[in-house]
Ligand binder design. Structure first.
Ligand SMILES: Nc1ncnc2c1ncn2[C@@H]1O[C@H](COP(=O)(O)OP(=O)(O)OP(=O)(O)O)[C@@H](O)[C@H]1O
Ligand SMILES: [Mg+2]
Length: 317
C-alpha cells in the first residue's frame, strides 16, 4: 500500500477526521444519526471535501459494502446524460438490500451538465426518489437549474482556513518523515493557495523527487511549475520602483524559461497580496490592470506583447 496516492491515503474516512466547518459536520452527523438524507447538493470550490463527505456518508450507511449501494458518476464525462440515465436506471432497478432502505447516487460536477441534461436529471430524481437519494456536487451553484435547486438541500463547502491546512501538512510531513525547509512549506501553501488536493499532490511528488534529501523551495517551485513567489515579488518590486527596462527583461526571461503567462499573472497577484503596506487604492488599481491584460490574453492576443505592456502600465501608477 506504500504507493497509494496521498490524497486517498489522507482522505478523511469519518466525520471526526473531517476538517473545516463545524456546522457541516453537525449536519452530516444528524443525517447519520437519523439514517436518512434528503437529496443533497454539495456546492463549493475544488478540493473542499465534497466527494470526501459523500463517501463518509456512504460508509456510515453501508460500512464497506459500497458496491450496489453507492454509485459514483461523473457528470462531465463525455458520454453524457444518456449513459448517466442508463446507469442510474440499472442501479436503481433493484430494491435496496441494506438497512437504511435507500441507495445513493453521487453525481459529481453536476454543473457541467447542459440545461437539457439537468432537466433529465431532475426527472430521474423524481422517478427514483423512493429508494434512491441523489447527492450532486458542483463548483458553481448558479449553473444548476432552479427546479433542481428547489429539490435538494444545499450544503456549501468553503476552503479550509490556513491554520487547518498547515496542521494537515504538518501531520503528513510527520507521518511520512519528510524533511522540508520552513520556506519550502510556506511556498507550498502559497503556491497551491487553498487547493488541498494540489498541496498534497505537490508534497508527494516533491518527496519522491527529493530522494531523501531536504525539500527546498526550488524543488517545490520546479514541481508545481509555478512562478515562485520570490521571483514574482522581485518582478513586482522592479515594476513599483519604475525600473521599466529591468522589469521588462525579467518578464522576458520568465517567458523564455517556459513559464506560462497565466502562472506569471497568478504569481504577480500573489505578490501584490503579500506586498507590505501597500495602500488599498494602489492594490486595487494594480489588480484592475492585471485583470484587463489577463482578459486580453485569454481571448487570444499575443501574451508576450500583452505582458510587457501590462508591466509598463503598472509601473505608471
Ligand atoms: N474537509 C477536509 N478535511 C480534510 N481533508 C480534506 C478536506 N477536504 C478535502 N480534503 C483533502 O483534499 C482531497 C480532495 O478532497 P475532495 O475529493 O473531497 O474534494 P472535492 O470537494 O470533491 O473537489 P472537486 O470539486 O475537485 O471534486 C481529499 O482527498 C482530502 O485529502
Ligand atoms: Mg469531487
Amino acid at each position: 500500500m506504500s504507493n497509494i496516492p496521498w490524497i486517498e491515503k489522507y482522505r478523511p474516512k469519518t466525520v471526526d477526521e473531517l476538517l473545516g466547518s463545524e456546522s457541516i459536520k453537525e449536519l452530516i452527523n444528524g443525517f447519520i444519526r437519523r439514517k436518512d438524507i434528503p437529496h443533497l447538493l454539495f456546492a463549493g470550490p475544488p478540493s473542499t471535501g465534497k466527494t470526501t463527505t459523500a463517501l463518509i456518508l456512504a460508509r456510515a450507511f453501508y460500512n464497506d459494502k459500497l458496491s450496489g449501494n453507492f454509485l459514483e458518476l461523473n457528470a462531465s464525462d463525455e458520454r453524457g446524460i444518456d449513459t448517466i440515465r442508463e446507469k442510474v436506471k440499472e442501479f436503481a432497478k433493484l430494491l435496496p438490500d441494506n438497512e437504511v432502505g435507500f441507495k445513493i447516487v453521487f453525481l459529481d460536477e453536476a454543473d457541467a451538465l447542459t440545461t437539457d441534461a439537468q432537466q433529465a436529471l431532475r426527472r430521474m430524481m423524481e422517478l427514483y426518489s423512493k429508494y434512491t437519494r441523489f447527492i450532486l456536487s458542483c463548483n458553481y451553484i448558479n449553473r444548476i437549474i432552479p427546479p433542481i435547486q428547489s429539490r435538494v438541500a444545499v450544503i456549501r463547502f468553503a476552503p479550509l482556513p490556513i491554520d487547518q491546512i498547515e496542521k494537515l501538512v504538518d501531520r503528513i510531513i510527520q507521518t511520512e518523515k519528510i524533511s522540508i525547509t520552513e520556506n519550502a512549506k510556506r511556498s507550498l501553501i502559497e503556491i497551491a493557495r487553498e487547493d488541498l488536493r494540489k498541496i498534497i499532490t505537490i508534497l508527494q511528488s516533491a518527496h519522491y523527487a527529493s530522494n531523501g534529501k531536504i525539500i527546498d523551495e526550488n524543488l517545490i517551485e520546479k514541481i508545481s511549475g509555478k512562478v515562485g513567489i520570490e521571483r514574482a515579488k522581485e518582478l513586482l518590486s522592479l515594476i513599483l520602483a519604475k525600473k521599466r527596462t529591468e522589469a521588462r527583461e525579467r518578464m522576458i526571461s520568465l517567458l523564455e524559461e517556459g513559464n506560462d503567462p497565466e502562472e506569471i499573472i497568478q504569481g504577480l497577484l500573489r505578490a501584490i497580496d503579500l506586498y507590505p503596506n501597500m495602500d488599498e487604492t494602489r492594490r486595487a488599481n494594480l489588480t484592475r490592470i492585471i485583470s484587463e491584460y489577463h482578459y486580453r490574453i485569454t481571448i487570444g492576443t499575443n501574451p508576450y506583447i500583452q505582458l510587457v505592456a501590462m508591466i509598463i502600465e503598472m509601473s505608471y501608477l
